[in-house]
Design a binder for this molecule. Structure first.
Ligand code: LLP
Length: 435
């Protein structure tokens, strides 16, 4: 199995985190997001421990909430002592609503509105990760109106191609995010930040991309950032306290995907960063990393019920399910790969004659595809339960009500027990805001 929290029971049902997925489908209905809370906590601990070992006790992992944002996630992050990265007032509000200590929150986004900035400062946000000069001015002004000095990091683009898909590649010079080191704009915005009265420049941030497997991406990014920090120290006598290296470690969606040893990778970055600090005469900054996908992706799977099975002889086969691009738009957007299994007959695909099909959703759109060329037993039929694996990241958080489909619930699995974390939307919920 692609991940060790999956297994097949004697009755052929797929088990996730030791729990029978078919029983979950019967109990909560489909479509259904299942999340393995034990796995999420395990990943948080790995990141924290590894960062402390590779750097020092000041190093901190910030969970990137954009991967999956709902109250229970922030309760977990609070209990695990993680920091968080938020990108909107909505994520901030969700975290604050369960008492997440916002001094450990970092507010991202390339275009924070005045309303975002106001809310975040009112709520006591720890840091803004500032994208551009207009934003810096707005933070200075709004913090000043509260008589506060606000901690900020500046987001810089180190000019690195992380070899991932274009939609998630962010570290290149022409990116919409941050200020480029290469063009001199990073230096300009640093000098500008240093002379503002209600902003305290705490350090620098970069994030080069997501679903990254190249193990040298973080090495190259940290090297460029440290050189920049050294140059700024020389010119302005300012030394960064914090260096945030962003998120991005890739996860396995298919058996054929490579496995990245995150702990070893971070240890390697730790050695290189310490060495480079010595060479450049810098003190080791407090390191931050912002993992999203690698914390929650394989802690999630989605269950669907099969409806129509359509065979078009000489052409294609379609298996339609009761969800689709509204709960998982990633194939429609990026042609993302997923592993799809028949959850109520997980062994049949190995034992019975196979046919290849597109697993499609129920939206009125041909692009509503979850996965193409999926092997299924020939006799797959209405009522079977399908599991799409590794959907814990960027599924619920990217879900929509397209075609007025209610969003599925999220059920957490903890110590072999299941409980609802997000309720299924009802038809009333769908028109709640309509007048
Ligand atoms: N930090 C920053 C500033 C980011 O922009 C991101 C992701 C992360 C951290 C977390 O990266 P991760 O560890 O999750 O790779 N919707 C796309 C992914 C967008 C990623 C955006 N930024 C997808 O479904 O693949």
């Amino acid at each position: 199995m692609i991940c060790n929290n999956l297994s097949v029971r004697a009755d052929g049902h797929l088990a996730f985190s030791g729990v029978d997925t078919v029983e979950m489908a019967q109990k909560y209905g489909t479509p259904l997001y299942l999340m393995d809370e034990d796995r999420i906590r395990e990943r948080c601990r790995t990141y924290q421990l590894t960062l402390h070992q590779a750097f020092d006790e000041r190093a901190q992992a910030l969970y990137a909430g954009k991967a999956a944002s709902f109250r229970q996630i922030y309760r977990i992050m609070k209990e695990e002592g993680m920091g968080i990265d938020v990108v909107s007032s909505g994520e901030l509000y969700t975290a604050a609503s369960v008492g997440f200590p916002l001094k450990n929150a970092y507010f991202h986004s390339n275009n924070k509105t005045d309303a975002d900035i106001l809310l975040a400062i009112e709520q006591g946000i720890g840091y803004f990760v500032v994208d551009n000069r207009e934003e810096l001015d707005a933070i200075d002004r709004i913090a000043g109106s509260f008589g506060k000095t606000q901690n900020v990091l500046l987001r810089l683009t180190p000019g690195i191609d992380p070899h991932t898909y274009a939609a998630v590649s962010t570290g290149e010079v022409d990116s919409k995010f941050g200020s480029a080191i290469e063009t001199g704009q990073a230096k300009e915005i640093t000098a500008y930040a240093l002379q503002l009265s209600h902003v305290h420049l705490a350090g620098f941030h970069c994030h080069v991309g997501s679903q990254v497997f190249d193990s040298d991406v973080f090495l190259r990014a940290s090297a460029i950032m440290l050189e920049f920090i050294a140059r700024i120290k020389q010119e302005y006598g300012y030394e960064a306290e914090i260096l945030d290296l962003g998120g991005g470690y890739g996860v396995r969606y298919l058996d054929s995907d490579p496995e990245i040893d995150i702990a070893e990778n971070i240890a390697q970055v730790g050695r290189a960063v310490k060495e480079q600090c010595r060479t450049l005469g810098l003190s080791l900054p407090a390191i931050r990393m912002e993992p999203g996908r690698s914390i929650v992706a394989d802690a999630g799977l989605t269950l669907y019920t099969v409806g129509t099975v359509k065979r078009i002889p000489g052409y294609k086969n379609y298996v339609s399910v009761d969800g689709g691009m509204a709960d998982n738009p990633r194939f429609a957007l990026y042609r993302s790969s997923y592993t799809v299994l028949l959850a109520n007959r997980a062994k049949d695909a190995e034992e019975k004659p196979i046919f290849r099909c597109s697993v499609v959703g129920r939206c009125c759109e041909s692009g509503d595809i979850l996965q193409e060329d999926v092997p299924m037993p020939q006799d797959v039929a209405r009522g079977d339960i399908l599991a799409v694996l590794t959907t814990g990241a960027y599924n619920y958080s990217m879900a929509s009500n397209y075609n007025r489909l209610p969003r599925p619930p999220i059920v957490m699995l903890r110590n072999g027990k299941d409980f609802l974390a997000v309720c299924r939307e009802s038809l009333e919920d769908i028109c709640r805001n309509d007048l």
